[in-house]
Design a binder for this molecule. Structure first.
Ligand code: ADP
Length: 192
């Protein structure tokens, strides 16, 4: 089973993806994590995307599609969880083609709904906690960048909600519940 977790920054996609990895042996494909790894490894591509990410802009479709293409070749285990991808309609079309090439299907798109004020509070809070604990803080986890990421989300990613709705693949869950409540809502969708 292959699924997309769709939602604004701070919606809890990464948390729920990790739960699915542990409970269903699925593979999490987070383009954000892949881009941060590329950034830390200091490759040419990494250096190119670092500034874009810090501003809260989207990196180019070609780069993220290339990253995902590579990962779809290997072991598929319990299926893929696309986390933070696709983020544009062009990426959504590319994903459909890549899955078809692999003989795979897209089984559900789960939209996690959370209001803007909660998102900003969660992300800025996460950064403050990390800072207090002496842990690394993401360069884009400050209020300006978060507001910018949200605007990017509404302009470029939110249209995917209509797109997948029209394809009858969209399921929405309330992302404001506890981690366990959201987990249960997602499980209900996947086990239907
Ligand atoms: P969040 O959803 O919390 O904003 P992510 O870790 O998913 O964070 O992504 C961080 C940044 O990485 C994004 O703001 C963007 O710059 C870049 N990025 C991640 N995934 C994509 C994608 N699919 N397309 C373009 N840019 C992406």
């Amino acid at each position: 089973m292959n699924i997309i977790l769709l939602g604004p920054p701070g919606a809890g996609k990464g948390t729920q993806a990790q739960i699915l990895v542990d409970s269903r042996d699925m593979i999490q494909l987070s383009t954000g994590d892949m881009l941060r790894e590329a950034k830390d490894s200091g490759t040419e591509m990494g250096n190119k995307v670092a500034e874009v990410m810090a501003r809260g802009d989207l990196v180019t479709d070609d780069i993220v599609i290339g990253l995902i293409r590579e990962k779809l070749q290997g072991d598929k285990k319990g299926g893929f969880i696309f986390d933070g991808f696709p983020r544009t309609l062009a990426q959504a079309d590319a994903l459909a083609d890549l899955l078809a090439e692999q003989g795979e299907t897209l089984d559900a798109v789960i939209e996690m709904r959370v209001d803007d004020d909660t998102l900003v509070k969660r992300i800025v809070g996460r950064a403050e906690e990390a800072r207090a604990a002496g842990q690394p803080v993401r360069a884009d986890d400050n209020e300006d960048s978060v507001r910018h990421r949200l605007m990017e989300y509404y302009k470029k990613t939110a249209p995917l909600i209509g797109y997948y709705h029209a394809k009858r693949q969209l399921e929405s869950v309330d992302g404001l519940g506890t981690i366990d409540e959201v987990k249960a809502e997602i499980a209900a969708v996947l086990d239907r």
